[in-house]
Design a binder for this molecule. Structure first.
Ligand code: ATP
Length: 308
């Protein structure tokens, strides 16, 4: 297996990079047990999410710093209601990805609590936590292996029929079928290069196979043409149904129908609500929305913010 041949110091560098980018956190965690900075408590028990829709997630007065001299999150409190989508928006560096990293427990917080279905994440096993969270990163890293293997990664031991069903749900099956070697096509650095949209679809197929109760979607800031972008958005909405989802959003246009939108500034939540409620409040979100209506070419929140 891949990890047996990779020197440990290289793994360390890779670990830090991946941790930073949110890319394929699940993959790396399974590879890098040696590098765990966070340990299970002796009394840790598996996360119980029940068999109903995705669990409620509660951040309560969370303070967090990566380094002791610079606090990043300040008293962040919000509830992600069970089984629906919460979107987070805000300028670059406002702390959006940090929320996702903390939910995955890459780091422990300094103050406050993060609870999933009432269970504090420090008290549950990391394996069960990570098994319950599916991530569709901005940039999916593919193994140098077949496309089948790359999808199957979502559920080790999955049957070919399950893999095909997941590829169909992610709308990548027809593309795969059209390749001369079909599911046996080699991809990755040394194989067929996939476009940004195709790679995201592989990540979606993996997630479908994994069938997690919680979904984190890190929206791409660039790359996809608007047709692929819209198709991916539609697919994600289907996949997100019934799961508790966190979307790190960069485009206001993609989150208007989220059950809740959280607006962050400098590590603080400055407002939250539905699209309609935030427009009604006529504060940060409403101003950004108005600006985007006036300048549709400024697609990203950060672009609009920079023009203020
Ligand atoms: P973007 O939209 O650009 O991805 P973001 O809102 O997701 O930004 P975060 O990645 O959460 O922002 O970063 C929040 C703050 O934390 C930034 O000031 C960033 O510099 C800092 N930060 C992020 N990762 C680390 C780290 N590993 N060590 C120290 N500081 C970090």
């Amino acid at each position: 297996m891949l990890q047996l041949y990779v020197p440990l110091n290289f793994l360390g560098v890779l670990y830090r990079e991946i941790k930073q980018s949110l890319a394929d956190m699940e993959k790396l965690f399974s590879l890098l047990d040696q590098h765990r900075e966070i340990a299970d408590a002796d009394s840790a028990t598996p996360l119980q999410v029940g068999n109903h829709a995705g669990p409620e997630i509660r951040f309560n007065q969370v303070d967090f710093s990566y380094e002791s001299n610079r606090q990043i999150l300040h008293q962040v409190s919000f509830v992600m209601p069970a089984g629906v989508t919460t979107a987070v928006v805000g300028a670059s560096g406002s702390g959006k990805s940090t929320l996702a990293r903390l939910l995955f427990r890459f780091y422990d917080i300094q103050h406050g609590s993060i609870r999933i279905a009432g269970q504090e994440i420090r008290d549950i096993t990391q394996a069960s936590l990570r098994a319950s969270i599916g991530i569709v990163p901005q940039d999916t890293v593919l193994f140098n292996d077949t496309i089948e293997y790359n999808i199957a990664y979502g559920k080790p031991g999955a049957s070919h029929a399950e893999i095909v069903a997941a590829a169909q749900a992610a709308y990548i099956h027809d593309f795969i079928q059209s390749l001369p070697d079909g599911y046996a096509t080699m991809v990755g650095e040394r194989g067929l290069k996939l476009s940004g949209g195709e790679k995201q679809r592989v990540a979606i197929a993996r997630t479908v196979l994994k069938n997690p109760a919680i979904l984190i979607f890190d929206e791409a800031t660039s790359a996809l043409d608007s047709k692929s972008e819209q198709a991916i958005q539609t697919q994600l909405k289907e996949i997100a149904k019934g799961r508790t989802s966190l979307v790190i959003a960069h485009r206001l246009s993609t989150i208007a129908d989220a059950a809740q939108i959280i607006v962050m500034e400098h590590g603080r939540i400055v407002e939250s609500g539905t699209h309609a409620e935030l427009l009604e409040k006529d504060h940060v979100y409403a101003q950004m929305w108005a600006r985007q209506q006036a300048h549709p070419e400024l697609e990203l929140w950060s672009e609009s913010a920079e023009t203020v």
